[in-house]
Design a protein around this ligand. Sequence first.
Ligand SMILES: [Zn+2]
Length: 250
Amino acid sequence: MTTEKTEGIILRVVEFSESSCVVTLLTRDFGKITGIAKGARRRKSPFEAAIDLLAVVRLVFVHKTSTALDILTEAKLQRRFRSASTHLDRLYAAFYCAEILLAMTDENDPHRELYDFAVRMIQNIDDGENLDHCVIRFQLQTLKLLGHGPELNNCVGCGNTIPSEKRYFFGLRDGGVFCADCRRAKKAVASMSAESLELMQQFADPNYNWQRTESSSKQIGEVRALTLRYTSHVLGYEPKLQKYIEKRGT
Ligand SMILES: [Zn+2]
């Protein structure tokens, strides 16, 4: 048992008793951790109201090496998710991101690049950036950082560069685009326009300045639907918050 300090974003809070709660965070140095925050629900506590969904906190905790819960001893608020009470669509989008992070990360398996990226994206959602762009960027980069990024340039069947077409075929099961020849024998294939593929390639490029993206609502709707389907395919189930993202329409 050692006392550790790190920074983390709160992904889940479950009430545990009248005064305590169990908190799951994605931390910068320890990956996902789950710990009990004793007294966190009292007005005066070492947590000073920092235990709030999507809040970024400086954390002190006792790290258990066994399967027992960690013990959170102190949390200082760095940044709260401010749109929570004013923009429900932003809150749902950020909850969706939290749900994906909870599902796709492991306890005690730090991934600093993913942590820094996720905190930045949730801040972008809070700061009023285009919500569709934020969610698509979040999905494609998170999947990429975790080794599930879709192949969008070469055919996942034969490996050849995809020739120029008006429409393309995306294999959900195979995780990428097919050339017309390879597509024939495949199931679970979605069709997308050339413009949508180009947009998806841009969002998947880590160096792309996505905040400057200009896209038609038709394109963004197509890419949004496909990235949602692909993400749920990778997960093996549909995330609970997905319906709120789909509902937004175009
Ligand atoms: Zn092929």
